[in-house]
Write a new protein. Structure first.
Length: 119
């Protein structure tokens, strides 16, 4: 199983970034996907989630209205479009894949991509 994030970097306040997460090694279209972030000295927190079909999304209050999560099951990729970025959005952003099965929850993480918002 691999989740490989990309698209992070340095951006000025008010700017935009689009993160991508390319998945392999599992049946992507059967997993719910999510983006989380972890700032220095803070716990990892949810940013957004999307169900396996892409038909429903959930956004945490921290970035609601400024981010859009989407997925392309044909490309095994999930995206996070981030707009109007603020310095407090600086964090490592992680991709997550999760699926509930009869035997338990399958849960996978990517290695993360750094997003730095600074002038």
């Amino acid at each position: 199983v691999q989740l490989v994030e990309s698209g992070g970097g340095l951006v000025q306040p008010g700017g935009s970034l689009r993160l991508s997460c390319a998945a392999s090694g599992f049946t992507f279209s059967t997993y719910g996907m999510g983006w989380y972030r972890q700032a220095p000295g803070k716990e990892r927190e949810l940013v957004a989630r999307i169900i396996s079909s892409g038909g429903s999304t959930y956004y945490a209050d921290s970035m609601k209205g400024r981010v859009t999560i989407s997925r392309d099951n044909a490309k095994n990729t999930v995206y996070l479009q981030m707009n109007s970025l603020k310095p407090e959005d600086t964090a490592v952003y992680y991709c997550n894949a999760r699926k509930s099965t009869y035997s338990g929850i399958l849960n996978y993480w990517g290695q993360g991509t750094q997003v730095t918002v600074s002038s």
